[in-house]
Design a protein around this ligand. Structure first.
Ligand SMILES: [Zn+2]
Length: 246
């Protein structure tokens, strides 16, 4: 079975629980025994953000990993500070937006996105890259914002300026269909093209507003509130300052 390691946590002195996204069973947790012992041959193979080939057995205490081998390591991601931060955020978002055994389309989506991130080219716009991933992730788990037609009357014939984005309704609505108060955001036609455009064609203001909307939408409709991946920009600025000062 193939799997992408999402995270791991310690239990007892030498054991860990590994959370991973598998190609056959969606998100799963496995117990891995003795992994913190110096002689453990599995320890190096359960690094988060690695693709592994694994085998498990079902036991009373839960499913237990027996063998695990890394098949893909994403070396360009792990060597690049920005990409590493982005990859960690993708893993966190997948973990927080999915439930155990969720839709199997998330595995190929995450694998393809990590492959794209792993190219030698630098990542110019980390927040836009994650915004696009989140739209695809939302589609895979059934909570993406509706951007095609009004969530209430289903009209898609109006001028784009006649729509607004409603958090509660889950996407665009005619201004005449919802009260213009509470959690609403402006809508612009460029938002419909984000899934097809790998580079951003929006102004900085539009991009910032869309990001704020998308994060609010995902937090509202996900099983749990999710971290704001836009904070990556702040962390990168702090890292730049540290590099200049040393
Ligand atoms: Zn409407």
């Amino acid at each position: 079975m193939d799997a992408i390691i999402l995270k791991r946590k310690d239990i007892r002195e030498y054991d860990q629980i590994v959370t991973c996204l598998t190609d056959h069973f969606g998100k799963q947790e496995y117990l891995i025994r003795g992994v913190k012992k110096i002689v453990s041959k599995n320890a190096a193979h359960i690094e988060p953000c690695s693709v592994v080939d694994m085998e498990f057995v079902s036991a009373k205490s839960g499913d237990m990993l027996t063998t695990v081998y890394t098949t893909q390591y994403f070396s360009h991601v792990k060597k690049d500070y920005i990409k590493r931060l982005v990859a960690d955020m993708l893993l966190t978002l997948v973990d927080m937006c999915t439930t155990t055994g969720e839709d199997l389309t998330v595995y190929p989506l995450l694998l393809e996105t990590l492959d794209i991130l792993n190219t030698k080219r630098p990542l110019l716009d980390p927040v836009y890259f994650i915004d696009r991933f989140v739209l695809y992730l939302g589609k895979a788990v059934g909570i993406s914002p509706v951007l095609e037609a009004c969530c209430i009357c289903k009209s898609n014939k109006k001028d784009d300026t006649e729509y607004i984005l409603s958090i509660k309704q889950g996407g665009i609505c005619c201004r005449s269909c919802v009260p213009l108060e509470g959690a609403i955001y402006p809508f612009c036609a460029e938002y419909r093209t984000i899934l097809t455009m790998s580079t951003c064609n929006m102004s900085l203001r539009q991009q910032g507003l869309f990001h704020a909307y998308l994060h609010h939408h995902m937090s509202f409709h996900s099983p749990q509130s999710i971290p704001d991946w836009g904070n990556i920009k702040k962390w990168l600025n702090v890292a730049d300052l540290c590099i200049i000062e040393t």
